[in-house]
Write a protein that binds this ligand. Structure first.
Ligand SMILES: C[S@@+](CC[C@H](N)C(=O)[O-])C[C@H]1O[C@@H](n2cnc3c(N)ncnc32)[C@H](O)[C@@H]1O
Length: 267
């Protein structure tokens, strides 16, 4: 049986982001995965990016007068950053993840849901074929963390709803998404629509542009360029953090992903 593409992308994402939790040093990479770019075998080098990004953002917020108590992650992928953020701090009272890819949204509901033997991981068959063992739920949320509401939606779909309901967030995180959209220059305004006045935006990107996602005329080589001179956003902090990606078995690519913390000005 051929695996649907979304399931293969999800499986690759789970391997990349959650390998330390799900795939201990045990499994042997099957030969057939050596040739494929999407099906890399279990990563034994864990990208430090999600944990480092979460610690960096929380450290910056500690220095601010008022720490946000609600968080939205836009394009949450497989949820590792949000998990690290919620495990590090308990002051969040409300959490939402928006992710348009249905398979990833299913996985987010699973990973942030309760653990239990009856709750099988989405794409279990695909993962089991790669790893030849069953994956069990790691219990992603710490006690006291808010439930994570998962929306299978783009930011473009979510923004009008958040505005209509008057429920913007104190912290919005958008990691490694802006170089995956056709009109990245529209993102700062869209992100402002889901952020409270005086609220924060944590955004990062390796700026690894591809014409498959973004027309060349919209490519930029500095993330700050999207926010400089903005009447809406004030840049507070910036740092570059290594982001390790493994496109094939013997290839590790290290990006310098810039992380910015911005504050939304009052209307
Ligand atoms: C490279 S992945 C990054 C995932 C995760 N944030 C991380 O850092 O690992 C980009 C994600 O953005 C999502 N995405 C693409 N377009 C989007 C949009 N318009 N609104 C929200 N998310 C989007 C994709 O489905 C994908 O999961």
């Amino acid at each position: 049986m051929k695996t649907p593409p979304e399931q293969a992308i999800l499986a690759a994402g789970i391997e990349h982001d959650w390998s330390d939790v799900f795939f201990p040093q045990s499994s042997r990479p099957p030969e057939r995965f050596l040739r494929s770019s999407h099906h890399s075998p279990p990563l034994r080098i864990q990208s430090p990016f999600p944990a480092e990004a979460a610690a960096t953002v929380l450290g910056w917020l500690e220095g601010e007068a008022k720490e946000p108590d609600s968080v939205l992650e836009v394009g949450a992928g497989c949820g590792r950053f949000l998990r690290e953020l919620l495990r590090e701090r308990s002051h969040f009272r409300r959490a939402m993840a928006c992710e348009p890819m249905a398979a990833k949204a299913d996985f987010l509901r699973w990973i942030f849901g309760p653990s239990g033997p009856d709750r099988e991981i989405p794409c279990r068959d695909h993962l089991a074929r790669i790893h030849r063992f069953t994956v069990s739920h790691p219990g992603a949320s710490r006690s006291g963390a808010p439930p994570v509401e998962v929306r299978a939606a783009t930011l473009e779909e979510l923004a009008p709803e958040v505005e209509r309901n008057g429920t913007p967030f104190g912290l919005v995180a958008c990691l490694n998404v802006i170089d995956h959209v056709p009109e990245p220059h529209t993102f700062p305004n869209l992100l402002a629509r889901v952020t409270q006045p005086q609220g924060y935006l944590a955004i990062s990107s390796p700026l690894d542009w591809h014409e498959e996602f973004t027309p060349r005329r919209h490519w930029r080589n500095d993330l700050s360029a999207f926010f400089r001179d903005s009447p809406t956003w004030e840049i507070l902090h910036g740092i570059s953090v290594p982001f390790i990606f493994r496109p094939a078995y013997r290839t590790l690519v290290v990006f310098q992903s810039k992380i910015l913390l911005l504050r939304r000005r009052e209307d």
